[in-house]
Design a protein around this ligand. Structure first.
Ligand SMILES: Nc1ncnc2c1ncn2[C@@H]1O[C@H](COP(=O)(O)OP(=O)(O)OP(=O)(O)O)[C@@H](O)[C@H]1O
Length: 602
């Protein structure tokens, strides 16, 4: 998979803002509950954060009260004046400290939970068998690991505390309004309704536009991503102008949408300022009359206006936070889907241990198998095969005969449909998959090279091997020869996906890995890609060194390997059609003889 679709998928998922329908909303909200176990781990911190939240909210709500005292009694000379000012400053200090502590605690919890979730999902994914990835795109998993966890972090680490704070602010503000002046409270409530309802409605429209604008940006990066990955093709067909035009169109569309959103926002801001200020002026006017008639003090009026502003602010933030919460709920739902995926290949409750031996005997007993995604075709059909300790057996046959499937089943990436595979007499389903795989070394057709140096790449075969052991394995696999000529020898960075190595060199790294692992059973999937004669000879010699003294099963494409095998098994349509030594099969005049006469196997 190239980087582009992965990034695209990540972007798509990160930008996804599901529309909020009532029942779906409730269902999604309940998804947030599955974060419970993750949150519960940090109970103490949560409690502390809540305590800080209450303290800072109380201090915040006390500010207008302090002002009221200050205005009504603080401007008279004497000790009382200082007391009021000191009181106000004390509240500010408390407010500041509690807010800082709350911010730290809540952000800590948000970051921690995101890290925990990421690790948990990643761990779960590594347990899945290849079957899972036939239907789940890796790009999707990546996008969930990055985009969705970030959404959860936003909510746990900030929106949740913002929401709670605003809720306190809103309810506390309302309460204080009612206490300060019941008459003005009802008037304000009415006015707030007039301001808040259009605000929430425009907010929704704004969210839709903002998603649209993000989608348009994603469109333009999709276009750019595809084209940048194919620059040689674009230039070879001299389509630069066409591609520039296509990108310009996408950019232009994203600009138009962004401007529509900006206009909406500008209008909303203007409307809000006029609306809120108008309401304040109106209440102030009503209040001023009360002050003039002596029904209210100037301090009471000031604190009332401040509470009104606090309450309105609380509502605005709550509306914003709601959108975030819904998005995070959707993200949590998707993450939990991944967490719920049960690996199809599970270890038995009481796994058996393999007899202590460095030898491997392999028996296929009437093995039949159909891939779950293609239940109508048998990939293997009643396969019988007995491979003795130390024997080298080559699997040959036309493309699609089932050779790779044999390897897949042997490593227990899938379970057989019928029959059994036995390693040293034990059905492999009774073993722990890890202990089975510890007995097998694989040299795949297209070896994976990780973006680290040569030394670490070979050490992947056995993580606890010493440098000397790694180098010895590389020598046996004839990889040492090219590694020492690399700019930094064994410390040379091999590039992402081993792009800085040739096909033959990658193969020798894989052979060295298998030799380092030193398993009793070796599976070789020969490279079909054209290796030049010299590099083929080197790979061949490396393979021979790896095969020495162990049971080996080879998917053979080259006649050279087949000639050295003890036995050749010819597969066709998932069935064994011929078995024998190379010489016997060549004489028998069957499929192998025909293939051999073409000097081409498979
Ligand atoms: N993951 C899969 N899901 C469904 N069908 C599959 C899957 N992998 C292989 N098959 C099918 O199973 C059959 C056997 O495939 P297999 O890969 O074992 O053949 P092969 O002999 O290794 O071929 P080749 O030499 O071309 O690699 C084929 O018909 C193939 O299309």
């Amino acid at each position: 998979m190239t980087a582009q679709p992965i990034e695209q998928a990540a972007l798509d998922a990160a930008l996804e803002t599901p529309e909020v329908a009532k029942p779906a909303a409730r269902r999604r909200l309940s998804a947030l509950r599955s974060l419970g176990p993750y949150l519960r781990r940090y109970r103490l911190r949560l409690l502390l954060a809540l305590l800080m939240l209450c303290t800072s909210s109380a201090a915040f709500l006390a500010v207008p009260l302090a002002f009221r005292g200050l205005i009504d009694h603080g401007f008279v000379a004497g000790g009382q004046m200082q007391g009021h000012f000191l009181g106000l400053f004390g509240i500010a200090v408390l407010w500041g400290c509690a807010s800082a502590a709350r911010f730290y605690q809540v952000s800590w919890i948000g970051e921690r939970i995101t890290a925990d979730l990421r690790s948990a999902v990643y761990h779960r994914m590594l347990d899945q068998s290849p079957e899972y990835f036939e239907t789940t795109r890796t790009g999707e998993v990546l996008s969930r690991l990055t985009g969705d966890t970030t959404l959860v972090q936003t909510v746990v680490g900030s929106s949740m505390s913002m929401g709670l704070r605003s809720f306190f602010q809103f309810t506390g503000g309302l309460l204080m309004l009612a206490v300060t002046s019941p008459k003005l409270f009802f008037v304000t409530l009415l006015l707030l309704l007039f301001v808040v309802v259009p605000l929430v409605m425009t907010g929704r429209r704004l969210r839709k536009l903002s998603r649209e604008s993000q989608d348009r940006i994603a469109d333009s990066s999709a276009v750019a991503g595809e084209v940048l990955n194919a620059i040689p093709t674009v230039q070879a067909f001299t389509n630069e102008a066409y591609e520039t035009g296509r990108f310009d169109d996408a950019v232009e569309r994203s600009f138009t949408t962004a401007i529509r959103r900006t206009l909406m926002r500008a209008l909303l801001t203007g409307g809000m300022i006029v609306g809120v200020f108008g309401a304040i002026v109106f209440v102030l006017w009503l209040g001023a009359q009360s002050v003039a008639s002596g029904a209210m003090t100037a301090g009471e009026l000031t604190s009332f206006i401040m509470y009104a502003a606090i309450t309105a602010g609380g509502v605005g933030v709550l509306a914003e936070v709601w959108g975030d919460v819904m998005r995070a709920a959707g993200a949590t739902e998707r993450l939990m889907e991944l967490m719920r995926a049960e690996p199809t290949i599970a270890a038995p409750a009481q796994p058996r241990r393999l007899p202590e031996t460095r030898q491997a005997r392999l028996q296929f007993d009437r093995v039949s198998f159909r891939y779950p995604s293609r239940p109508l075709t048998a990939a293997l059909d009643g396969l019988d095969l007995d491979i003795r300790e130390g024997e080298t057996v080559a699997l040959v046959g036309p493309s699609g005969a089932g050779k790779t499937t044999v390897f897949q089943l042997l490593q227990r990436f899938y379970d057989v449909g019928a029959g059994a595979i036995r390693l040293n007499g034990v059905d492999i389903r009774e073993l722990h998959p890890n202990s089975l795989r510890a007995h097998i070394g694989l040299v795949p057709q297209e070896p994976v090279v990780f973006s680290t140096d040569a030394l670490e790449n070979i050490r992947y075969g056995r993580r606890d091997a010493s440098d000397a052991e790694v180098i010895a394995a590389a020598r046996t696999a004839l990889a040492d020869e090219f590694i020492v000529r690399l700019p930094d020898g064994y410390q040379t960075f091999l590039g992402e996906r081993g792009t800085r190595l040739s096909g033959g060199q990658r193969q020798r790294i894989a052979i060295a890995r298998a030799i380092l692992k030193n398993p009793p059973l070796l599976l070789l999937d020969e490279a079909t890609s054209a290796l030049d004669a010299e590099s083929e000879a080197l790979v061949q010699r490396g393979l021979e060194a790896a095969m020495a003294g162990r049971t080996t099963l080879i998917i053979a494409h080259r006649l050279a390997t087949v000639q050295q095998a003890d036995r050749i098994v010819v597969l066709e349509n998932g069935r064994v059609i011929e078995v024998g030594t190379p010489a016997e099969l060549a004489r028998s005049g069957g499929l192998y003889a025909r293939l051999a006469s073409l000097q081409l196997v498979s």
